[in-house]
Design a protein around this ligand. Structure first.
Ligand code: NAD
Length: 365
């Protein structure tokens, strides 16, 4: 069938809106008509060739849509079901078997190769292969073939175009706080980077009843929104030393910290802001090969813990419904940082995310 997709063609190029051919869904695949897709910073990372994903490729990994048809062997959804799309895992390695699919040993290849596990693609342009299956879904396409394990069925009563970002950035920030840090009520927590992942971490800190919630960023409008969403303190790290200010505010340093910037100086600043036996989580992505210095001679005395976090260590099939019910109860208002764009304005949406105007762009088909 013919579909309309946004195709990444090379480093820094705007995405090209093209008509492509899409194959019939293969074994274990679900054909989904997209209603909306979030744009995540990770899409820009892949478009900018930080990872070796072959071009051309259809990006997008926060899809939301309706099942059009299913391929052979699919048992968990059927035509007409409303679905959110999340990451792609093998389902058989030790991590998948033990309930930690985000640490699937095949994660990088499955999510970033732009190919099915057997090396084929679902899209073509005049007979030429175009990469598909980014995060098992390549959701910047009007219709896409999605691996069944990436598909989470949701009730038809909740608006799909609002929910799209739950499948990656929102579950990542929220999962970092609720699963990995497992923040305790009454504790203190700092989030470095008040983007979509950071704001989700901040909302989760409220759900966990943290009493001191600090947001650090370099964009004042984002810090203003962080304050409205429940940050008790905000710090512009361009204007002051964040770690020093956090120590001064809390007296002893924070119990928990999340870095969503992937910046090595901020990573260090995150460690410097921890109190005794504090727990820090790195969530922001840095290019492979990036190293950050830690004073192991002094840090050992603090008993600090550092976790490296992928996708909030969530199981999407249980965590996404939990976030939806928190949203419906008014306890997780992630709609406050979403802005919708028509699909054809996808490049404007990328630019608005990069220049800080929009926190979470969602393209609507
Ligand atoms: P974003 O661009 O919306 O947010 C990043 C925020 O960090 C922005 O508000 C920016 O102003 C702020 N920032 C940048 N440099 C800073 C600095 N030096 N000091 C303070 N603040 C600074 O991006 P996002 O969508 O929220 O994603 C955040 C990161 O998480 C990205 O690197 C993304 O690729 C990554 N990510 C990781 C996972 C994972 O599984 N680990 C999943 C999704 C996204």
């Amino acid at each position: 069938m013919k579909v309309t997709a946004a195709v990444a063609t090379g480093k820094g190029n705007p995405l090209a809106i093209k008509e492509l051919d899409l194959q019939e869904p293969g074994p274990g695949e679900v054909q989904v008509r997209m209603v909306a897709s979030g744009i995540c910073h990770t899409d820009a990372v892949v478009r900018n060739e930080v990872y070796p994903t072959p071009m051309p490729v259809v990006l997008g990994h926060e899809g939301a849509g309706v099942v059009e048809k299913v391929g052979p062997g699919v048992t968990t959804v059927e035509s007409g079901d409303h679905v959110l799309l999340s990451f792609y895992t093998c389902g058989t390695c030790d991590s998948c078997a033990m309930g930690h699919p985000a640490y699937c040993t095949q994660f990088f290849g499955l999510n970033f190769s732009g190919r099915r596990a057997d090396g084929t693609t679902a899209f073509s342009d005049d007979g030429e292969q175009v990469g598909s299956h980014i995060f098992g879904q390549s959701s910047f396409s009007s219709v896409s073939n999605v691996v069944e394990r990436s598909v989470v069925k949701i009730p038809p009563t909740v608006p799909l175009k609002l929910l799209a970002p739950l499948g990656c950035s929102v579950q990542t920030g929220a999962g970092a706080v609720l699963n990995v840090l497992d923040a305790e009520a009454g504790s203190s927590l700092v989030v470095f980077g008040a983007g979509a992942v950071g704001m989700s971490a901040l909302l989760a800190a409220r759900v966990a009843n943290c009493s001191t919630i600090i947001a650090v960023d370099i964009v004042d409008s984002r810090l203003d929104l962080a304050g409205e969403l429940g940050a008790t303190h905000v710090i512009n790290s361009r204007m002051e030393n964040a770690a020093a200010r956090i120590k001064e505010t809390t007296g002893r340093g924070v119990d928990y910290a999340v870095d969503t910037t992937g910046n090595r100086e901020i990573f260090r600043s995150m460690l410097d802001s921890l109190g005794s036996r504090g727990h820090a989580a790195l969530v922001g992505l840095a290019a492979p090969g990036t190293e950050a210095a830690i004073d192991i001679g002094s840090t050992i005395l603090t008993g600090a813990k550092i976790s490296m976090v992928i996708e909030g260590d969530v199981v999407p099939h249980t965590f996404i419904p939990r976030l939806i019910s928190l949203y419906q109860d008014g306890r997780f208002p992630f709609d406050k940082f979403i802005k919708a764009y028509p699909f054809t304005d996808i490049n404007t949406a990328f630019e608005d995310s990069e220049n800080g105007t929009t926190i979470k762009p969602v393209v609507v088909f």
